[in-house]
Design a protein around this ligand. Structure first.
Ligand code: G3H
Ligand code: 13P
Ligand code: ZN
Length: 284
């Protein structure tokens, strides 16, 4: 099946009250694990590549890998740029065949974030590509900032309403207490804020940093209007733990395929669990 846009998977998710998983990929094994999981779960899926993934694998390799994998299945697959912070890079992704992009202007002053997001939306619309933007700052767990300090960067619901009107984006990433990377303690999500953002912004909300967020908190976030959930760390962990386990069992092995194959199965297990948790299984 050809790649589809974010709108094509998030509109039904918003109507149906579920979320679609957005899983980060950097190489062939991860791409295959994500798409095979989607096919086996009959789930729509968003496969996303960060700027780091593009530096590592190469833009054309990412696009070719995902198009090949998506072409071999009949479930909807979105190829999305994750956290694009550079306008030129975002345009290169649109030009190279991504069906969706995130422009992340969250480090910019509000007016600059709006202005660049508007430029991205204008270009993306011409070629039928969808756009996610970010308002508020989503921390990294490595930033080591306290919950109180983090709150200063949370998304303001009124500002979110204004931002969506001014930019006309398809989905909005918000800062409500999650962070990228492995959590040290249990993350505490600001659900009243999420509820208000959804009521005012009225578009699909994106939850970043969802690895390590307890299942119950994910369910509540979905019930309050989160329709795209980003997972990277849990997949990285499954992949590398799988490889380490294999090496422990068979330290003299020199065939990479022997360790990648079980590690891929470990990734699929976690991806499928997430699809069931998010409610997207059986929706394709
Ligand atoms: O949100 C960030 C993603 O986990 C991607 O991380 O920039 O190391 O590829 P990365
Ligand atoms: P985690 O690595 O914490 O799952 O976050 C993923 C993410 O938000 C990618 O944009
Ligand atoms: Zn993110």
């Amino acid at each position: 099946m050809n790649l589809v846009t974010l709108k094509e998977v998030l509109e039904p998710a918003e109507k149906g009250g579920y979320a679609v998983g957005a899983f980060n990929a950097n190489n062939m094994e991860i791409v295959q694990a994500i798409i095979e999981s989607a096919a086996e779960e009959r789930s729509p899926v968003i496969l996303q590549a960060s700027q780091g993934a593009i530096r590592y694998a190469g833009l054309d390799f990412i696009v070719s890998l995902v198009k090949t994998a998506a072409g071999g299945t009949d479930v909807p697959v979105v190829l999305h740029l994750d956290h694009g912070t550079d306008f030129d890079q975002v345009v290169r992704c649109i030009h190279s065949g991504f069906s969706s992009v995130m422009f992340d202007g969250s480090q910019l002053p509000y007016e600059e974030n709006v202005a660049t997001t508007v430029r991205v939306v204008e270009i993306a619309r011409i070629v039928g590509v969808t756009v996610e933007a970010e308002l508020g700052k989503i921390a990294g767990t490595e930033d080591d900032i306290s919950v109180d300090e983090q709150e200063a960067f949370f998304t303001d619901p009124q500002e979110a309403q204004r931002f969506v009107k001014e930019t006309n984006v398809d989905a909005l990433a918000v800062a409500i207490g999650t962070a990228h990377g492995p959590y040290k303690g249990e993350p505490k999500l600001d659900f009243p804020r999420l509820k208000q953002i959804k009521e005012l912004a009225s578009i699909p909300i994106v939850l970043h940093g969802a690895s390590g967020v307890p299942d119950e908190a994910i369910r509540q976030a979905v019930s309050l209007g989160v329709n795209k959930i980003n997972i990277d760390t849990d997949i990285r962990r499954a992949f590398t733990d799988g490889i380490k386990d294999y090496i422990k069992k068979d330290p003299d092995n020199i065939d990479p395929r022997k360790m990648f194959a079980p590690a891929k199965e470990d990734m699929k297990k976690i991806i499928k669990e997430k699809m069931r948790l998010f409610g997207s299984s059986g929706k394709a």
